[in-house]
Design a protein around this ligand. Structure first.
Ligand SMILES: [Ca+2]
Ligand SMILES: [Ca+2]
Ligand SMILES: [Ca+2]
Ligand SMILES: [Ca+2]
Length: 266
């Protein structure tokens, strides 16, 4: 009898799960267009809408940029794919014949300089906010992001890299998105760095005159270029060896808080 009950329930479970998969298949077949690739395979990974000092395009100009990432296991040829800054005009700009490698990155300069070296879209990104839409050659939407006002020389990007939601971050140009920016939203009120721009030495002071235990400096691609464990009472680091450019100083306080500030070397 026990065996009969067991067999009965196994059969019932198989029947119910079979019906479910049939109804799922039918609803998909009736309503959704067939996607050209798995959702999330090719994504808008990061973008910068107000680039003053972060990075130069091949013509030496500070331009808006968009980073794509290929989450898939095969290269994707983007020839004829589209990108736009207008939701109602997704075919504004068509990609040239270019391929993004599996787990690779691709930078598109959003500068309307379509004749310059590199990949240049025929639109710019407004720092007061707009949208980015990525579509395949049949105008199936692959990814889109609508964004609000942007801070100069910071980006919005997916964290975790390639799959997560968009958060404000420190730029990781053509590289994996990192989460170095804990606390970046409140930097203006929590941490002051001076002089900024600086030449060699940077001084820093926090709200409430906290003590600092560690200083880390990252360059704009997100690489660690300086680290120092700080003696109690230290409020200065020497950055003589860095090239001119934009950096991010990340300080840990004795009570464990992380404070981040953008600094510029002249
Ligand atoms: Ca812009
Ligand atoms: Ca340009
Ligand atoms: Ca625009
Ligand atoms: Ca990145």
């Amino acid at each position: 009898m026990k065996k009969f009950i067991y067999t009965f329930f196994v059969a019932l479970i198989l029947l119910v799960s079979g019906l479910n998969s049939i109804s799922l298949a039918q609803s998909n077949g009736n309503s959704d267009p067939i996607p050209s690739m798995a959702t999330g395979e090719l994504v808008i990974n990061e973008f910068m809408a107000d680039n003053e000092v972060t990075i130069l395009d091949p013509d030496g100009e500070n331009e808006d940029w968009i980073e794509l990432f290929n989450n898939g296991n095969a290269p994707i040829n983007l020839s004829g794919y589209y990108m736009s800054d207008k939701l109602d005009e997704p075919n504004k700009w068509a990609f040239p014949d270019i391929t993004i490698e599996s787990h690779g990155y691709l930078i598109i300069w959003a500068d309307e300089d379509v004749d310059q070296t590199g990949v240049h879209a025929d639109f710019k990104l407004s720092k007061s906010g707009e949208a980015i839409i990525l579509s395949d050659a049949s105008l199936n939407m692959l990814d889109q992001i609508e964004f609000g006002a942007q801070s100069t020389d910071t980006t919005y990007g997916r964290f975790a890299n390639g799959t997560g939601d968009f958060i404000q971050m420190l730029p990781t140009f053509n590289a994996e998105n990192l989460n170095q920016l804990v606390g970046i939203q409140n930097i203006a009120t929590q941490l002051a760095c001076y002089p900024n721009p600086f030449i060699n030495d940077v001084y820093f002071v926090s709200d409430g005159s906290k003590n600092f235990s560690q200083a880390l400096v990252y360059n704009s691609p997100g690489q660690l270029v300086y680290s120092e464990n700080l003696q109690e009472g230290t409020n200065r680091i020497e950055l003589n060896n860095l090239e001119k450019g934009v950096y991010f100083l990340r300080l840990q306080t004795n009570d464990g808080a992380i404070l981040t500030q953008q600094i510029v070397k002249q």
